[in-house]
Design a protein. Structure first.
Length: 273
């Protein structure tokens, strides 16, 4: 090991040269590669809350593997391939997903991700755009089941409250008319009690309706997933210049280290020959 370290120190320029040449070649190869199209969509997966809207719950939205699994699932591949026109093979090879990390405090960075970027690469612009939107919509459809049920439930609750409030208004109007025609004190007392009970019931229903409206807004605007940005397909290279340069640079560095270690034995043998 000491001999190898001495060789590296003596010929340090070989690993450096290998790294520089590798990075340059990798970058040039990537830039000279075949041009393809890529589209990106930003998906908000939603933040699920319990029925009362005050406690977050765990679900598909909070699992960090959900988006990638849905995007690359065979059902998604088959459906999006049929709708976009891309072949299943090309679509499967061109899909990529990544979370958008939260900035700020450590707690924010470790919280479940709500934003993801879904991208697709392919040879035809229109197909790539359709495929990206199709995958993003598929993610929204799958993870949005819980919020969709809550939205439907709250809308039905609000409609029921509206119906009961309208019935109370009608009965109150009739009671007011009856109160105006009443002659006896007992009759007027009974009608007055009826009106008081109706007003109390109205207050309870209005409070219930207000809470349902607030929870509906929470479900629609916070819990329900949506596509924020559908993106437009643009030209790009088939290989990432950054990744290609990094891989080629690593290979060049390893070759340079190997050359520095084997330099002296090779030169000795060459001199004997």
């Amino acid at each position: 090991m000491g001999r190898y370290l001495d060789a590296l120190v003596a010929r340090w320029w070989l690993p450096v040269l290998g790294l520089v040449v590798g990075v340059a070649l990798g970058y040039l190869v990537a830039l000279g590669g075949k041009e393809v199209y890529r589209a990106q969509a930003t998906v908000y997966v939603g933040t699920p809350y319990g029925p009362g809207g005050n406690v977050q719950v765990q679900g598909l939205n909070t699992n960090p593997s959900t988006v990638a699994r849905i995007a690359r699932g065979e059902e998604t591949i088959n459906k999006v391939s049929s709708e976009s026109g891309m072949s299943r093979r090309e679509l499967r090879a061109g899909i990529a997903t990544r979370p958008i990390k939260s900035a700020g405090t450590a707690a924010a960075r470790t919280a479940p991700n709500q934003l993801y970027v879904v991208s697709v690469k392919g040879s035809r612009r229109g197909e790539v755009s359709k495929a990206t939107t199709g995958i993003a919509q598929r993610i929204v459809d799958v993870v949005g089941g819980y919020a969709r049920v809550k939205i439907k439930s709250f809308k039905e609750e609000i409609a029921s409250d509206d119906k009961q409030l309208a019935a109370i208004d009608q009965r109150a109007t009739e009671a007011q008319s009856a109160l105006a025609r009443a002659s006896g004190s007992l009759e007027r007392l009974a009608i007055g009690t009826l009106l008081l009970t109706a007003e109390q019931r109205r207050g309870t229903l209005e409070q219930d309706r207000l809470q349902a409206v607030q929870l509906l807004a929470l479900a629609e605007q916070v819990e329900f997933p949506q596509i924020i940005d559908r993106g437009v397909a643009t030209k790009t290279t088939a290989k990432s210049p950054r990744n290609s340069a990094a891989v080629a640079g690593l290979i060049g560095l390893l070759l340079g280290i190997l050359a520095a270690i084997l330099w002296e034995p090779i030169m000795v043998r060459a001199g004997r020959a």
